[in-house]
Design a protein around this ligand. Structure first.
Ligand code: FAD
Length: 321
């Protein structure tokens, strides 16, 4: 059954986030040959419209307003509701990002439809569109079929392969004028902590440190390895609580959920709350002095040893590649 599917493209620092392209790939499956409409919301975002088309969108609608320069749930929901009102889509796909997690339930409520949140896969099986999503902190997966209403889903970053970029693809980028009013929150400025290197939630390689790194400086060998592999540094809550690093690096149940291609856990015991955020990584390597550490139960490769000896050795070896 061909469907029209709307996809929200997420913009950060003037560029489209990767998850936008993954969402288009998911939308193609939902559309079953129908139309995929990209949506860009913000200020001066229309120049990014063609890039969404290069990754598979058929056309793009932009809603631009200075009041949308920063994300607010009120402003974005007004913009999206106007697009949805105009397009009457049968499917809506967002990334399962901080923005997507915040906005999608609000819109689903307004649309009086259900929401499949945090999907890691979707496929057509037996004539049905079947979503897979982790439950119980990633210890099990459930399959979901939407039987009624708009198919509204958020997809977890780094799980669905984007389509290959095709710069020959063309499509219409049209603006929709929406009066953004009655905002209950106005963001005047965003003061960001200086973030180093790759965005943790979209990183393909993560080197994570736990209480075993023992100090702020103990993260230095992990940063060097991350630099060599083009990855990001993450942390357990143990390391954050001990003040070795910032909470923005925390991975787990109460931190970020990540699914990189490679996750190297250094000096992390593998508490269930940490596993909730990383156990779906494609390849997990654990480095721990304690052969009984729980992290080895989820690791594809385990190295029993001192991280301060093992990590620099790995860095030297990877430098040779
Ligand atoms: P530890 O458990 O102290 O482990 C340190 C490990 O380092 C040990 O296994 C030790 O053998 C090893 N080690 C020490 N020195 C070395 C060395 N030189 N070389 C190699 N290995 C070494 N935790 C999270 O991570 N994320 C969350 O989101 C999260 N949310 C939580 C939510 C709730 C409600 C609660 C109650 C807890 C949560 N926790 C979370 C905390 C969690 O239960 C653990 O306390 C925490 O993950 C432990 O961090 P850790 O593994 O770094 O420290």
């Amino acid at each position: 059954m061909a469907r029209k599917v709307v996809v929200l493209g997420e913009v950060r620092d003037g560029s489209l986030r990767n998850v936008s392209f993954e969402a288009i790939a998911a939308a193609k499956t939902v559309a079953e040959g129908g139309e995929v409409v990209g949506v860009l919301v913000g200020q001066s975002v229309s120049s990014l419209g063609q890039e969404l088309i290069h990754y598979g969108a058929d056309r793009v609608i932009t809603v631009e307003d200075e009041k949308l320069a920063q994300y607010t749930p009120d402003g974005y929901s007004q913009a999206l509701m106007a697009v949805i009102g105009q397009e009457s889509p049968e499917g809506i796909i967002f990334g399962h990002t901080a923005l997507g997690k915040d906005l999608s339930p609000k819109l689903a409520g307004k649309l009086k439809t259900g929401l499949v949140s945090d999907a890691t896969d979707l496929e057509l099986a037996g004539g049905n569109l079947v979503f897979t999503r982790p439950i119980y902190s990633g210890k099990a997966f459930e399959k979901k079929i939407v039987t009624d209403g708009v198919i509204f889903a958020t997809i977890r970053p780094n799980n669905i392969e984007p389509l290959a970029k095709d710069e020959a693809r063309t499509g219409d980028v049209a603006s929709l004028s929406v009066e953004i009013k009655d905002l209950r929150t106005i963001i005047k400025d965003v003061v960001r902590k200086a973030s180093e290197g790759v965005d943790l939630s979209e990183a393909k390689v993560i080197i994570a440190g736990g209480r075993g790194v023992k100090s702020e400086d103990g993260f230095n060998p992990l940063k060097e390895l991350a630099d060599v592999l083009g990855g990001a540094v993450g942390a357990s809550r143990g390391a954050c609580d001990a003040d070795y690093c910032d909470y923005s690096l925390q991975i787990g149940q109460t931190g970020k959920v990540v699914t990189p291609d490679l996750y190297i856990a250094c000096g992390i015991s593998g508490a269930i709350q940490h596993l909730a955020g990383m156990s779906n990584s494609k390849v997990i390597v654990a480095i721990n002095k304690d052969p009984e550490a729980n992290i080895f139960n989820v690791a594809d490769y385990g190295i029993v040893g001192d991280l301060f000896e093992v990590v620099p050795l790995l860095t030297e070896e990877f430098k040779k590649l």
